[in-house]
Every structure is written in structure tokens, then in C-alpha cells.
Design a protein around this ligand. Structure first.
Ligand SMILES: [Zn+2]
Length: 74
């Protein structure tokens, strides 16, 4: 589970154009999850196959935070 979260953070936070492949859903293990930054800067992820979803907050500053620049504002 920790590795899954690490992979989701790496996938969702890497804005350099070299995004790692989407991690495989830890529950059904059959589909890569969709992950992205939510409005509150948490990372939200969801599995399109089994509908499992979750949020990861307070991930900034972790070992897996690959950002090297501020988030773009839209
Ligand atoms: Zn799934």
C-alpha cells in the first residue's frame, strides 16, 4: 500500500513531461489508476475498472515529490 501511494504521487506530481506510468490499482490489479492534483493540492486517484478511489494529502515534501517548480495556476 505504501508503494502504491508512492507510485501514485510520483505519477501525479511529476510535471516535467517524463511522467511515470500510472500505477496499477492495488485492489483489482487489472487497470492503471487515473491520478491528478485536486483543487486543494491533494492527489486524487480513481480506478476506472473497479471504481476504487482515494485521496492522498500532505504528500508535499515527501521522498516521492518530484516537482521542481510551483504548480501552474489555472
Ligand atoms: Zn481497480
Amino acid at each position: 500500500m505504501a508503494q502504491f501511494h508512492a507510485d501514485v504521487v510520483a505519477h501525479a506530481s511529476n510535471l516535467t513531461g517524463q511522467t511515470p506510468a500510472a500505477p496499477r490499482c492495488f485492489k483489482c490489479k487489472k487497470s492503471g489508476v487515473d491520478a491528478g492534483l485536486a483543487a486543494d493540492a491533494a492527489i486524487a486517484w480513481a480506478c476506472p475498472r473497479c471504481r476504487t478511489e482515494g485521496r492522498i494529502s500532505n504528500w508535499q515534501g515527501t521522498l516521492w515529490d518530484l516537482r521542481d517548480r510551483p504548480l501552474p495556476r489555472s
